[in-house]
Design a protein around this ligand. Structure first.
Ligand SMILES: Nc1ncnc2c1ncn2[C@@H]1O[C@H](COP(=O)(O)OP(=O)(O)O)[C@@H](O)[C@H]1O
Ligand SMILES: [Mg+2]
Length: 280
C-alpha cells in the first residue's frame, strides 16, 4: 500500500508565454506507516508535487497512483484518491472557507457520507488532536491566529481519517511548542499506520524524522533515499538552497581527518563516538 510517483512532469500554462515546467521527472514512493520528507529550495516544485498526490493537479506526463488507483481524469478515481490522501496546504487561507471552525472540520466527513454519530465524533477527535478546544467550535476560522488557523486546517484533513497525510510546510507559523506538538502528532499518526508526506525546507527536521527523503531541485528528484544516504550525498555535492546542519559538516570534517565518527546531526551521538575514539 503506497503512493507511487513515476517520472512525473508538470507544466503550468502549456503553450502560453507563462509556460513553466514545475516538475521534471520525479520518481519516489511513500508507503503507509512511513514518513517521507520532501525538501528543496523555494520554487523547486514541492507544492506542485503535493497537489499531485491527491489529484488536485494531474500529470502532464508520467504517473501518480495511490494504493494502485491511478490519479487521472474521472470522477470516481479522483474521489477515491481524495478520500485516501489528505492534503494540508502551505497557506491555511487556501484551505479554509466555512463560517465556523466546527463546520470547517465537518466538511470532509460530511462530503464522504459519514453517518451523524461518527461525523461529530470524528470532528471532535480531530480538533482535540490538534489542541483546539470547544470554546473555538463556533469561531470564524478567518479570525483566528496564524497558528490556530493552521491547526484547524490540519484538523479538517484529519477528520476524514485519510490513509495518507500530505503536509505542505506544516510547521510554518507555529511557535516552538506548537511545532513540537505537531511533529509528535505526525509521529503518532505514522505509528497508527498512516503514510506521512512532510514537505519542508528544513533539512535538519527531515534528517531527524523521516524514513526516506526526497530532494527536489528545479523540479527534478535529485536525491531519494534514507537519511544516512542522503547525508553522505549532501556532503559530496552542494544542492542549492539546502542548508546542511553544522554538526553534520563538523562530523564530516572529523571523518576527513581520520576520526571514526558517524555522520550524524545528533550532538549526543557525535559526542559518544568522539569519547569512544579516545578510549573513554
Ligand atoms: N499556479 C501556477 N502557475 C504558474 N506557475 C506556477 C504556479 N504555481 C507554481 N508555479 C511555478 O512552478 C514552480 C514550482 O513552484 P512550487 O511548486 O510552488 O515550488 P515550492 O513549493 O518548492 O516553492 C515555480 O517556478 C513557480 O513559480
Ligand atoms: Mg511551496
Amino acid at each position: 500500500m503506497s503512493i507511487a510517483v513515476r517520472d512525473l512532469v508538470h507544466i503550468y500554462h502549456p503553450g502560453s508565454p507563462l509556460q513553466t515546467k514545475a516538475l521534471d521527472g520525479v520518481t519516489f514512493e511513500a508507503e503507509r506507516g512511513s514518513w517521507v520528507a520532501v525538501v528543496g529550495h523555494t520554487g523547486s516544485g514541492k507544492s506542485t508535487l503535493a497537489q499531485h498526490l491527491n489529484g488536485l493537479l494531474l500529470p502532464t506526463e508520467g504517473s501518480v497512483s495511490v494504493d494502485d488507483i491511478q490519479v487521472r481524469h474521472g470522477e470516481e478515481s479522483l474521489r477515491k484518491v481524495r478520500q485516501k490522501v489528505g492534503l494540508v496546504f502551505q497557506y491555511p487561507e487556501q484551505q479554509l472557507f466555512e463560517e465556523t471552525v466546527f463546520k470547517e472540520v465537518s466538511f470532509g466527513p460530511r462530503n464522504w457520507g459519514f453517518q451523524a454519530g461518527r461525523l461529530e465524533k470524528s470532528v471532535e477527535e480531530a480538533l482535540e488532536l490538534v489542541g483546539i478546544g470547544e470554546d473555538l467550535y463556533e469561531a470564524n476560522p478567518f479570525r483566528l491566529s496564524g497558528g490556530q488557523k493552521r491547526r484547524v486546517a490540519i484538523a479538517s484533513t484529519l477528520s476524514s481519517d485519510p490513509d495518507y497525510l500530505v503536509m505542505d510546510e506544516p510547521t510554518a507559523g507555529l511557535d516552538s511548542p506548537g511545532r513540537r506538538q505537531l511533529l509528535g502528532l505526525l509521529s503518532d499518526l505514522k505509528k497508527l499506520g498512516k503514510g506521512i508526506i512532510h514537505i519542508t525546507h528544513d533539512m535538519e527536521l527531515a534528517l531527524g524524522l523521516a524514513d526516506s527523503i526526497l530532494v527536489l531541485d528545479e523540479g527534478k528528484s535529485t536525491l531519494w533515499g534514507p537519511p544516512g544516504v542522503i547525508l553522505g550525498e549532501l556532503l559530496e555535492r552542494d544542492i542549492r538552497g539546502l542548508v546542511i546542519p553544522d554538526l553534520v559538516r563538523f562530523a564530516g570534517r572529523l571523518r576527513d581527518l581520520g576520526f571514526e565518527v558517524p555522520l550524524t546531526w545528533e550532538p549526543k551521538i557525535l559526542a559518544e563516538a568522539i569519547g569512544r575514539s579516545h578510549g573513554r
